[in-house]
Ligand binder design. Structure first.
Ligand code: FES
Length: 321
């Protein structure tokens, strides 16, 4: 079995699929364990792993269980997307009980921060990290947790049997139309944190409706491997030779640089593997990856998915590890 490109500091495991089950017609659950039964590297709610599919795609999947210091298994859920680039199809079509998969140790770019109260907004398969967080919090006495969970229909609602109790709103767009989020988001508070995971349209709606919140209280994560709409053009200056590369709204920084003759290595092209990391020398990045930690975001940008918040950014090759 070939391993994905190695990123400095990334630890890879070979895990065996111990069980699978279908949560909905398109969402399959995979239970991954060490073949020798050893405990796995620990993680906290919100963490994800990057799986190399049998067809060779790198895909980031949130761990749906709360985790702990030495879990016996990792559980991920994969929504089949027949219009995607093949990663989810490979997971659904090529993986069965007994399949060995190369998986990175967990990383967490969507970690729970301390708060007295929590509000979660999840759209579709965006429930996966949120489910881990909600379960972890609700296992603690006195947790004040509200969940707004948006799906297309009851049949397309993973974990519908365990979510939807007191404090939860489960809304289906088929029949119910679009849910007005304003009643949930109108009143920010210093003891309240909002976590939102879902498709780009949901994230945009939540960001717009929380413009009056303190930014530090709003935590969002889009699907790993998705694409964000409503991007704006910007200029990337390639520091080694000063060339100015225009990045149109519908073209990634990676593609624009490559078209201009800049060599940038890439693998997943979905913001989950870390291969396309560049040094950010000036300007402000719009980070859309699931790789960089908060401190790493200061001086780096992932070219395959991330963009710029300033009209111009200056980037260069990755620094040697
Ligand atoms: S190519 Fe994998 S993060 Fe960019």
């Amino acid at each position: 079995m070939s391993s994905p490109p190695e990123r400095p500091g990334t630890r890879h495991l070979v895990l065996r699929v111990a069980a699978t089950s279908d949560l909905t017609p398109t969402v399959r659950r995979f239970v991954l364990r060490d073949p020798a039964g050893r405990p796995l590297p620990g993680y906290e709610p919100g963490a994800h792993v990057v799986v190399t599919t049998p067809a060779g795609h790198l895909r980031g999947y949130s761990l749906v269980d709360p985790g702990g210091p030495a879990p016996r298994e990792y559980v991920v859920c994969v929504r089949r997307d027949d219009r995607g680039r093949g990663g989810s199809r490979s997971m659904h079509d090529d993986v069965t009980v007994g399949t060995d998969l190369v998986v990175t140790a967990p990383a967490n770019t969507f970690a729970l921060r301390p708060a007295a109260r929590y509000l979660f907004v999840a759209g579709g398969i965006g429930i996966t990290p949120v489910r881990a967080m909600v379960r972890w919090l609700r296992a603690r006495p006195g947790a004040d947790v509200r969940l707004v969970y948006l799906t297309r229909s009851p049949a397309e609602t993973p974990f519908r049997d365990e979510l939807g109790g007191p404090g939860d709103t489960v809304h289906h767009s088929a029949g119910g139309g679009r849910l007005d989020l304003w009643p949930y988001l109108a009143e920010p508070a210093d003891d309240l944190r909002l976590y939102c995971c879902g498709p780009p349209a949901l994230l945009r709606a939540v960001r717009a409706a929380t413009a009056h919140w303190r930014p530090s209280r709003v935590h969002t994560e889009r699907f790993a491997g998705g694409t964000e709409g409503a991007s704006v053009p910007f200029t990337a200056v390639w520091a080694p030779d000063g060339r100015r590369v225009q990045v149109p709204a519908d073209v990634s920084l990676l593609t624009a640089l490559r078209r201009d003759g800049v060599r940038v290595d890439a693998s997943c092209e979905a913001g989950v593997c870390g291969t396309c990391r560049l040094t950010l020398l000036d300007g402000v990045a719009d980070h859309r990856d699931a790789v960089l930690t908060g401190p790493e975001r200061v001086g780096h940008v992932m070219a395959c998915v991330s963009r710029a918040r300033t009209s111009e950014i200056v980037v260069g090759p990755p620094r040697a590890a």
